[in-house]
Design a protein around this ligand. Sequence first.
Ligand code: ADP
Length: 161
Amino acid sequence: MRTAIYPGSFDPPTNGHVDIIRRSSKLFDHVIVAVAENPAKVYSFSVEDRMDMLREIVKPYNNISVDHFTGLLVEYADRIGAVTIIRGLRALSDFEYEFELALMNRHLNSKVDTIFMMTDEHYSFVRSSLVKEVARLGGDISDKVPPVVEKYLRNLYKIEK
Ligand code: ADP
């Protein structure tokens, strides 16, 4: 059984994340979308909200589940028996950070490998922070996030519709 983890903040999940989820579901027997809970970071959505949105998103896939973790990702991977970490890559700007992260994770645990999936061209400029900014200002983000996320964003920014 090949289990992979797709970790991230997912604050909130976007269609870019959904695309990586959809594609990874075809590559692995089981994919765990793992919501990071980093006490040093300030999130717009609670871990429960982020997990609720993701649970709705992964409903169509019977080999994907949603979990959360704190602490070191590679230790979490060990605990659940995953040997692959999936990360998405957008433009060049993602590369340096992701490269460092993957090397550090390999240094910490050489049994766990990171694979990168290149973003779909439609989502190359879609990031959670930008989506939040546009939603906060009342812009249309309906083609950038799943409907459930749009609902949570409207609620966060008290936008009537
Ligand atoms: P993190 O805080 O861990 O970077 P994110 O939720 O921002 O968490 O992203 C999780 C993963 O999904 C990262 O590997 C990121 O590069 C990837 N990702 C984010 N947006 C996109 C997108 N539009 N297309 C492809 N991958 C993406």
